[in-house]
Design a protein around this ligand. Structure first.
Ligand code: FES
Length: 257
């Protein structure tokens, strides 16, 4: 296959970036999108040019590193697929493909296609954990969990933190990511003691990081490589409102008493 790539090149965070065109003549349909980039980079190195910087780690759809906007779609044209799982058979001979980094204020560009997604880590640090003593692994197995709850928690836990939801959202909101993390803990008995504190702290951190607000476009759900539903956002909003009402009532009681 012959493929023409238009790739965002930006040598430093503050340098002006631009799309640079590369032509590849020996792409096979069985290559993954990242393998195609490996071929491009080997060619650039042989020519004495700087290879394209892009993030990747597991190449198995697990780590969430391989973030690329491909022809304007986060992770490319295949639904439920991370960039590392995308194959060149999804494209046609002669195709032109535009590859850009995630675009969001909270994801500053480091170099070329690499962006800094540590804002997502800080949202997790704000409350995406369970600190209550829940015993050992054996104890966990003795806590009965209704199948629908276990399934919903597992679906939310599938989030790999890639940031596609942010990149796809016209508001650059991280609501789907945050809601997935809030949901997978908040649906389980072990997550109950910190449930309402967790949602408030994670939502506040999301706002502090400069992500936009959710206005329910639903683009996040379409772009998510793990097919996480925007139902999780409704669950997060319900918990956030409940937590806010409870804290207002507590403040009113303190004032009155
Ligand atoms: S490289 Fe890990 S999810 Fe793609």
């Amino acid at each position: 296959m012959k493929i023409t790539l238009h790739v965002w090149r930006q040598p430093t965070p503050t340098a002006a970036g631009k799309l640079v065109t590369y032509k590849l003549d020996d792409v096979t349909p069985d290559m993954s999108f990242l393998e195609m980039f490996d071929v491009l980079n080997e060619t650039l190195v042989e020519q004495g040019q700087e290879p394209v910087a892009f993030s990747h780690d597991c190449r198995e759809g697990i780590c969430g590193s391989c973030n690329m906007m491909i022809n304007g779609a986060a992770h490319g044209p295949m639904k439920g697929t991370a960039t590392c799982q995308l194959h060149m058979r999804s494209f046609k001979d002669g195709d032109e493909i535009v590859v850009e980094p995630w675009r969001a204020r909270a994801f500053p560009i480091v170099k070329d296609l690499v962006v800094d997604r540590s804002a997502l880590d800080r949202i997790i640090q704000a409350g995406g954990y369970i600190s209550a003593n829940t015993g050992g692994a054996r104890d966990a197995n003795e806590i009965l969990i209704a199948k629908p709850d276990a399934d919903a928690a597992m679906d939310a836990a599938a989030c790999i933190g890639c940031g596609a939801c942010v990149a796809a959202c016209p508001n650059a909101s991280a609501s789907l990511f945050t809601a997935a993390k809030v949901s997978h803990l908040g649906l389980l008995p072990q997550g109950q003691p910190e449930r309402y504190r967790r949602v408030v702290e994670m939502v506040e951190q999301m706002d502090l990081e400069g992500f936009g607000h959710c206005t329910l476009y639903g683009e996040c759900q379409e772009a998510c490589p793990k097919l996480i539903s925007i139902d999780t956002i409704s669950r997060m909003n319900r918990d956030y409102i409940r937590a806010s009402l409870a804290s207002n009532q507590a403040a009113a009681a303190e004032y009155a008493g």
